[in-house]
Design a protein around this ligand. Structure first.
Ligand SMILES: *Cc1c(COP(=O)(O)O)cnc(C)c1O
Length: 371
């Protein structure tokens, strides 16, 4: 019996484990020198832009939303196909997440869909680089500039992705990354925010630590109410080791994705994601299967794959159909592509230590199911 294939698995080597042990023995385990080093390495990757880390990407997005000045009555435009954190942070700030549809193949939204949703209350746009494929950003930023809007990029899937040859995070306005164990690099839990405006960094540091401003002589003031979402040094040590391997990780992810395309090819009832292209970070490989036409369900598919030793995930149900979003007035039929993706998407195993033969195994199990 071959080992069970999860759909994601972090690669943590012995050097990383040793680095963590060193931090644990050092006597300083929460935010300290490792966090500073990790932030400066991230900044180096992003063309010298300031970068600050957080306990998770959700916190980085919450801080970005506050920096953008989003409050009660304000609207932020968010794709209906994303992880729910993208929209939750807007609602948590008292704003309204204004959802828009996405493209069936790229799973990304675009400037035209965003523009159609702009109102006088719109404060910010939140493009999401779905599965690591960058959104076509130039028209989005041109639109934001024309309308005087902030842009918060949810780049949780896009660590290592590039748009027009430049790294996501090295350009744009506020760009948030996730280091959750399923993402392209991990710190266990963790996130980061890359800033366009260095003048906003100090406030972001306060927003991740109780609103505190340190004054000379060990005195402090609290300038505004804020939560606590700093990253620990133990996590940053993992992040430093992971960051050094990011390019190799993503190269392997792209190889595996290309093998999926080769092995699966064009088949009825199966819709492959937008093809590989330079700058794609391949966070997920998630085709759509027309379960209705096959006379079956996704639950049965997931079960059938399980019996073949293969996990399949769902990223994600369409956001507007969740109870909390129906209460905002959203209904079935509002975003047909997000609904189709939400109903038909299956995430196949994709992680750095997968072998080519593992891809073949997944494709064989999938092919048998489609017959
Ligand atoms: C994972 C994810 C987040 C949240 O990341 P955390 O680090 O778990 O808070 C936000 N947006 C998207 C699109 C994600 O996939």
């Amino acid at each position: 019996m071959k080992a069970f294939l999860p759909f994601a698995r972090p690669e943590i080597d012995e050097d990383t484990i040793r680095a963590v042990a060193e931090v644990l023995r050092s006597g300083w385990i929460t935010s300290g020198p490792q966090v500073q080093r990790f932030e400066s390495e991230l900044s180096g990757r992003f063309g010298g832009r300031p970068v600050r880390t957080f306990a998770h990407a959700t916190a980085a997005l919450e801080v970005a939303v506050r920096l953008a000045g989003v409050g009660p009555g304000d609207e932020v435009i968010v794709p209906a196909m994303s992880f729910v954190a993208s929209a939750n942070v807007v609602a948590l700030a008292g704003g309204r997440p204004v959802l828009v549809d996405v493209d069936l193949d790229s799973r990304n939204t675009d400037a035209a869909r965003i523009e159609a949703a702009i109102t006088p209350r719109t404060k910010a746009l939140m493009p999401v680089h779905f599965a690591g494929l960058p959104v076509d950003l130039d028209p989005v930023y041109a639109l934001a500039e024309r309308r005087g809007l902030r842009v918060i990029e949810d780049a949780a899937h896009a660590m290592g992705a590039e748009y027009h040859g430049r790294r996501i995070g090295a350009q744009g306005d506020l760009v948030a990354f996730s280091f959750h164990p399923n993402k392209n690099i991990t710190t266990i839990e963790g996130g980061a925010l890359s800033f366009s405006n260095p003048a906003e960094v100090e406030r972001a540091e306060r927003l991740r630590f109780h609103g505190i401003r340190k004054l000379p002589g060990g005195v402090m003031d609290v300038l505004e109410h804020a939560g606590k979402s700093n990253l620990a040094d133990v996590s940053a040590a993992i992040g430093l080791a992971q960051l050094a391997k990011l390019d190799r990780f993503n190269a392997r992810r792209a190889e595996l994705a290309r093998r999926y395309f080769e092995r699966l090819g064009a088949r009825p009832r199966l819709r492959l994601p937008a093809p590989d292209r330079p700058g794609h970070a391949w966070h997920l490989f998630a085709p759509l299967i027309d379960f209705d036409a096959l006379g079956t369900t996704r639950e049965r598919f997931i079960e059938a794959m399980h019996t073949r030793g293969v996990a399949a995930g769902v990223h994600y149900p369409a956001m507007h159909l969740f109870a909390a979003f129906r209460r905002l007035g959203y209904r079935a039929g509002d975003f047909p592509n997000a609904e189709t993706i939400g109903a038909r998407t299956v995430t196949l195993p994709l992680f750095t230590q997968m072998q080519d033969a593992d891809v073949d195994r997944v494709c064989d199990a999938l092919s048998d199911f489609l017959k």
